[in-house]
Design a protein around this ligand. Structure first.
Ligand SMILES: [Zn+2]
Length: 172
């Protein structure tokens, strides 16, 4: 038996998944999703800016690289992370994982929220994520689902996000 993998382009690919949830509360926010502020009479609670989508994205990238999770990188017990901009946390992860050079093949993100309606914001969120990652918006997809009025999503108690990312490892 040999553990050397057969020659295949897939040997250079890594997939990662991220899931996050933040509690939705009434009151002006801002509601920050995917790095942009969305007008809404509610916002997400969190130690940082509670950007549920960027947290799931960051976890997906860390997962693909086998580098742990966002909670290990940015503990919610650390004062420096209070109110922290999630765009900046993502930039830190991208900067500190340069020892494993990679290119993002695609990002597929889903938001789970009864409200607000995300249809007007899907493209701005795509553009925002693409800009943060330095890739074309066509490589980023953003979907939105309601909770069908049941469960914590449907009762507007929380917004969830799931993100899958596919990376291609580059030779350094
Ligand atoms: Zn989070």
């Amino acid at each position: 038996m040999t553990d050397s993998p057969p020659e295949s382009p897939l040997n250079l690919c890594r997939v990662g998944i991220g899931h996050d949830r933040h509690r939705l509360v009434a009151g002006t926010g801002p509601l920050v999703i995917g790095g942009i502020e969305i007008p809404f009479d509610g916002h997400l609670l969190g130690h940082s800016d509670a950007d549920v989508l960027l947290h799931a994205l960051t976890d997906a990238i860390l997962g693909a690289l086998g580098r742990g999770d966002i909670g290990e990188w940015f503990p919610d017990t650390a004062a420096e992370n209070k109110g922290r901009d999630s765009k900046e946390m993502l930039r830190v992860v991208l900067e500190k994982t340069r020892d494993t050079p990679f290119r993002i093949i695609n990002v597929d993100a889903t938001l789970f929220a009864e409200a607000p309606k995300f249809s007007p914001y899907k493209q701005p969120i795509r553009d925002s994520i693409a800009s943060l990652l330095g890739i074309a918006p066509t490589r980023v997809n953003v979907k939105a689902k309601t909770g069908e009025k049941v469960g914590p999503i449907g009762r507007r108690e929380a917004i969830d996000s799931e993100v899958v990312v596919l990376l291609e490892l580059l030779s350094s």
